[in-house]
Ligand binder design. Sequence first.
Ligand code: NAD
Ligand code: ISE
Length: 344
Amino acid sequence: MVLNIGVIGAGLIGRDHIRRVTDDLPGARVSAVADVDLDRAKSVAAGLPAAKPLPTGLDVIADDDVDAVLVTSWGPTHEEYVLAAIAEGKQVFCEKPLATTREACERIIDAEVAAGKRLVMVGYMRRYDPAYRALKAAVTAGEIGAPLMFHSVHRNPAVPPHYSSNMIINDTCAHDVDITRFLLESEVAAVRVLTPARRNRRDPEHLTEAMLVLEMANGVLVDVEASINIAYGYDIRGEIVGETGTVSLGEATPTVLRRDGGYRGQVPANWQDRFRSAYDAEFRAWIAAASRGESTGPSTWDGYATTVVCETGLAAWRTGDRVEASLRDKPGLYGDPVTPASHE
Ligand code: NAD
Ligand code: ISE
């Protein structure tokens, strides 16, 4: 069976996922594309073997030639499309964030619980990255004793012009929040946000550097350093400190050159380069599950928990206070009532 995917949002990551489905992965093809920029949808569809452009995202979801839906439009539009896909009974892959507010995520939880089965996977692809998986495997194997602290570093060379100051927390750090929950198998209990008094002279109008301190429900302490204007490359780091050792992500450089008494490697240029194999793996998993009529990977609950933590982070940033993150009771559909799912 070939899974027919309808795409909503043919921007940067939408086109990257379309290329992935069309050229790199078996088992699926793109059958419809919509974008608020209809010309963009038409030109993207024209370059594909079996896709038609449709006027709106809702047309994509309702279309008989669409088995499953890929939402890659802007964050504030995700709720409408995810709810419509659930109402249609179609599997949906939604790029992060699941939705931009706690309330919107809760409406999606309610709809999915009422449908009685998981239909939504959220694009927190780091869970599929080989380096993060190896980090988690080392902890699970007891290599460093019980984890006590986690340092997470997320550096972007630059961000698009529409990036507002809030986005360093709810768009960039969202990944660190999700991967922290995955690695440490615990929810975030409280958040503090610190920012340097010295502003980055390359963009003094915006918040481009921030440090989040996350207190996990299981007592582990986490710091997240985010820099979204670092210029030198896309640099993702992580180190877990345990009772008897530490384990960190390896360098992402493909080669290390030693000459003239020195050595040199490469820093990935952007998220597409750094996480290519993670995006491929998450899509392989989604295509396989959706073809069986099932969902997998980061769930609506994971999307909800991360959005709540990011909202809490924004409140902590505005007030300068430590703010507690409170989640609603977890429905049985999403597994263990306390611990985030640990498999994917
Ligand atoms: P983008 O601006 O390049 O593309 C978004 C596209 O959606 C644009 O073509 C826009 O015209 C279209 N669009 C907007 N509203 C729409 C609507 N209501 N219906 C149909 N189309 C609509 O943005 P992007 O960088 O591709 O980001 C898209 C989403 O993917 C965001 O939620 C972002 O957070 C997420 N993202 C995730 C990752 C990751 O690493 N997982 C990386 C980049 C972006
Ligand atoms: C972008 O939306 C992503 O999701 C990238 O993975 C992240 O590194 C970047 O900061 C975000 O803007």
